[in-house]
Design a protein around this ligand. Sequence first.
Ligand code: PRP
Ligand code: URA
Length: 209
Amino acid sequence: MSKVYVMDHPVVRHKIDYIRRKEVGTKDFRQIVGEIASFMCYEATKDLKLKDVRIETPIASMIGKELSGRKLAIVPILRAGLGMVDGMLNMIPSAKVGHIGLYRDPETFQPVEYYCKLPADISEREVFVVDPMLATGGSSVAAISMLKEKGADHIRFMCIIAAPEGVALMQKEHPDVDIYIGALDEKLNEHKYIIPGLGDAGDRIFGTK
Ligand code: PRP
Ligand code: URA
């Protein structure tokens, strides 16, 4: 069974509850989504492995540390996941970035795939799939299945707000994928929007409504 981490950080909580407010405009929303992604990236990379390396400071020689193990990749689920990429890259600037295009059909709520472009060596990387919203879980489950078909086998999923329904589906379909959540909300409404949530993340990031 995958592990589920819900952020327990006052600054993250403050920022998430700030952007939930309907009066927050596109510019602030987009900026703060990036800031939240940086905080979450810090948490989600806490267990990355280090190895010893000898380094020379201007003063002395010492055994220091550097990251070892797999190189990293960030894969946003388009569109809204794009809003988290720069914040992640602020923390892990050498990560490669892939893109998966999916949208949720407004009638059936099923994910529809329209794009997939990944780093050629994705199967050798530790992959962070990012999307601000985990609602039914259909989009993230489909995106991770696409990644697995391309050979990725070390995958983590990060979202800013999740519904319990989405977490349950993810754990059922991808029990090997740990989930990092900014805030775990109550449930979905009849349109499969998260309650209380923040509305449509893509529209709020890009100002399309
Ligand atoms: C949103 C969100 C997720 C998906 C979550 O994307 O960014 O990808 O819905 O819902 P689910 O868990 O029920 O699948 P949307 O389909 O609105 O597309 P967009 O990012 O292009 O706006
Ligand atoms: N997608 C969103 O952007 N928001 C929700 O609440 C659910 C799906």
